[in-house]
Design a protein around this ligand. Sequence first.
Ligand code: SF4
Ligand code: SF4
Length: 179
Amino acid sequence: MFTGKEIDNIKKLSEEKSDENWKFRTFLKGCDEKKIDRIVHRLYREISSEIDCNACANCCREISPVLKEKDIKRLSRGLKISDDLFEKKYLIKRENNEEYIFNKKPCPFLSGNLCSAYLYRPDDCRLYPHLHKKDFIFRLIDVIDNCSVCPIVFNPKFRRRYPDGIEMQDVARNNNFSI
Ligand code: SF4
Ligand code: SF4
């Protein structure tokens, strides 16, 4: 079970594994996206059941979720303040972009390892680390970025050695998947 102590190593180890990650990305580009999605979804369910996000909260420290209009409305309603005040207190616009993000990192709603606005949190937070979604092989740059943040993405079951691209088949075999 993940205890939270491993998080300090993830950034460093991800940097060390950078070449390997990019080789894996190249390999996956040639694979059947539906088959890869099936493997990733099953691995994600398995790995996330072994990890306690409350012992981690690293995404809330390292990632800037994008807030859509409905996220802003839900949060400001939940906090019982106006959208305008919410924007003023908590948000900035991304550079060269119309999208909003929180004005601080770690997130202003992070309290210890818990989200103080959990019921109203943005969709981006609910969906992180996005491994349940379709089209994994078309989102590999984000996946590689998330390796240095999230122990679910970094997990050895995803990150077994992939130098020749052969090991994804080993991952499949070892987990009784067909590829
Ligand atoms: S709103 Fe909550 S879940 Fe989202 S980043 Fe902030 S603390 Fe984390
Ligand atoms: S989603 Fe990943 S980074 Fe976020 S709290 Fe859970 S294990 Fe940590």
